[in-house]
Design a protein around this ligand. Structure first.
Ligand code: HPA
Length: 280
């Protein structure tokens, strides 16, 4: 069903019950893998695999570069639930559908969400292949009235007006910095701006976003993080910079480029995530 307006607690719990029945693990950490970053799921040990098609209400991605399955197992001794592939608002799914997986994680008792994405560099010093710790986000898609929390608020899931002053957990960010330092991975830091896409930005869009304080731009993450915070989860976000956003109007951006850069960033990203998990 496309564009389902919102899910009830009972529907969310229906999905969570199917996941529980299909895995021997009680995951503490949820991990969302962005475009080109899906191969990180191959590092999960002794995993239980659940294709998205087996889950009621669960949206399946139409975008090439996103596998559709849950991989539940251990990494660095932590039980983790990994989403190998996510859906985006631009695919025509409602915000409720885009964020259903995070709600299910919440109801499964997951306390920590690690979210990754592919993003275009707006900061002039950032280049393809860089990893960026997301210190904050600019919710442009929300400012235009598209927020996953619009609709009835079930107090069992979170409060009506959730605080977003520390959307990205400071202690988890510090663990990521330490992990990167210890493993000689360069980790940039900055503000991620979330847009709807699917068209990439014009040079004028990008100059505007730069003035507004954005360092990297993408088409995901912000809705999931909003719901995770509403649900009381702690969030770590890392962007893989896949391309230079086209501020000067002289370079073209393609999805192929985004996927290729993603593959190159997986080893560094894996080192950081392993370090964070070990430090929990
Ligand atoms: N813009 C928006 N989203 C993106 C980009 C970009 O340049 N690269 C990867 N995702």
């Amino acid at each position: 069903m496309i564009n389902e307006p919102f899910f009830s607690l009972a529907q969310i719990d229906e999905v969570a019950a199917v996941v529980r029945a299909r895995t021997r693990y009680q995951p503490r950490v949820g991990l969302i893998l962005g475009s080109g970053l899906g191969s990180l799921a191959d590092s999960i040990e002794l995993s239980d695999i659940i294709p998205y098609a087996d889950l009621p209400h669960w949206p399946t991605s139409t975008v090439w570069g996103h596998t559709g399955q849950l991989v539940i197992g251990t990494l660095e001794g932590q039980a983790a639930l990994v989403m190998q592939g996510r859906v985006h608002f631009y695919e025509g799914y409602s915000m409720a559908q885009v964020t259903l997986p995070v709600r299910v994680m919440q109801r499964l008792g997951i306390e920590i969400l690690i979210v990754t994405n592919a993003a275009g560099a707006i900061h002039p010093d950032f280049a393809p292949g860089d990893l960026m710790l997301i210190t904050d986000h600019l919710n442009m898609i929300g400012m235009s009235g598209i927020n996953p929390l619009i609709g009835p608020n079930d107090p069992a899931l979170g409060q009506r007006f959730p605080d977003m002053s520390q959307a990205y957990d400071r202690a988890l960010g510090e663990l990521a910095r330490q992990a990167a330092r210890q493993r000689n991975v360069i980790l940039r830091e900055g503000v991620y701006v979330g847009l709807s896409g699917p068209a990439f930005e014009t040079p004028a869009d990008l100059r505007f976003l730069r003035m507004a304080g954005a360092d990297a731009v993408g088409m995901s993450t912000v809705p999931e993080v909003t719901v995770a915070r509403h649900g009381g989860m702690r969030v770590l976000g890392i962007s893989g910079i896949s391309n230079k956003a086209n501020l000067d109007g002289n370079t073209l951006t393609s999805h192929e480029e985004v996927l290729e850069a993603g593959r190159l960033m997986v080893p560094g990203l894996e080192k950081i995530i392993r370090g964070v998990l070990r430090g929990l």
